[in-house]
Design a protein around this ligand. Structure first.
Ligand code: 5GP
Ligand code: MN
Length: 314
């Protein structure tokens, strides 16, 4: 950690990159670091590279400055946050690859390590929690605190998932002391839903089926379902959380169709099934209790293969 921080302190141009389809934790950790560096080292230049982010995240300081297109600029250092492998950088991989120094800060169990310097804690609740370990709490501004708090809220399901630790709560307490509007952040970025999202959720719940004596629940959303409610991929947010709280369920599975041949799968488990190994098997990754991957093939057939692996663990 000290080596990473000393390295960052020495560099003048800094590029922060996250993962494709950035979520709350990815955006929060990117902008938390961005604000901290600019607040405390105003002579440095910091650029954040991410795919376009949802409107609800744009209240964060620096969100409007996020660059959505990769460039050929060679930065002194590129810092990767919340990203389990370099594939997940998507088109911003070039920024990371071209930088003179590279650092990886992460919390994914499936992360095998990359970058000149690498710090990954698979037991940390979020990338934001890991990033906060690098920061001097007394030097965190309100803008920085808002970003980091938001990421922790998202990756812990509002301080609920098992990775929420004493350290998580200690950091959250410190962030709240900066005067952030916690209710606004929780309601507007986590719980608020669109009409199309509610209707898509309803359909996915109606279509859900139970397997393995009800220990598994699975559902799928087809291109036709998206069309029916004029819904987008963003509208799938939160559906898996509704599936996973079903009585008797250990594993929840949600697939949504990307195109004719491809499905994106998300998996969640409650207490003993390791869904990370299953996702890694299919070329994806994640955590013990939350993971995902892409499969080319038919939904029922892919689900069959997944259920085989789940049933062995159960
Ligand atoms: P979600 O199901 O919400 O998309 O993702 C849950 C967790 O699994 C996230 O931490 C995410 O980083 C990881 N994950 C989801 N899809 C993929 C994937 O295709 N590849 C990898 N490596 N990780 C994924
Ligand atoms: Mn994360």
């Amino acid at each position: 950690m000290n080596r990473i921080f000393e390295l960052i302190e020495k560099q003048n141009t800094i590029a922060i990159v996250g993962h494709i389809r950035p979520d709350g934790d990815c955006i929060g950790s990117s902008l938390g670091l961005y604000n901290y560096i600019l607040d405390n080292y105003p002579n440095k230049r910091v650029d954040v590279y991410l795919e376009p982010i949802s409107e609800k995240f744009k209240f964060l300081n620096g969100a409007k400055e996020i660059i959505n297109e990769p460039s050929h600029e060679v930065y002194d250092i590129s810092i990767s946050v919340d990203c389990s492998d370099t594939e997940r950088h998507g088109e911003f991989g070039i920024i990371f690859k071209n930088a003179k120094n590279t650092v990886c800060i992460d919390h994914h169990r499936s992360n095998l390590g990359f970058g000149d310097l690498y710090y990954c804690d698979p037991d940390a609740s979020s990338a934001c929690e890991v990033v906060s370990r690098f920061l001097d709490m007394d030097k965190i501004s309100k803008s920085c605190a808002e970003a980091i708090y938001m990421g922790i809220i998202h990756d812990t399901g509002v301080l609920k998932y098992s990775a929420t630790s004493e350290e998580t709560m200690y950091i959250v307490g410190k962030l709240i002391s900066k005067g952030i509007d916690t209710q606004f952040i929780i309601d507007e970025t986590f719980y608020r839903v669109r009409y199309s999202q509610n209707r898509l959720t309803g359909k996915a719940l109606m279509k859900s089926k139970q397997y393995l004596d009800g220990k598994v629940i699975a559902s799928n959303i087809t291109l036709e379902d998206f069309e029916e409610f004029n819904a987008s991929k963003e509208d799938t947010d939160g559906i898996i959380d509704k599936l996973r709280v079903t009585e008797g369920v250990e594993v929840a599975i949600l697939a949504y169709q990307i195109d004719d041949k491809t499905y994106k799968f998300s998996m969640r488990s409650i207490s003993y099934v390791d869904v990370s190994v299953i996702s890694v098997h299919f070329g994806g990754g994640g955590h013990i209790r939350a993971s995902g991957f892409y499969i080319i093939g038919d939904y029922e057939e892919s689900l069959g293969k997944i259920l085989d692996m789940v049933s062995k663990q159960i």
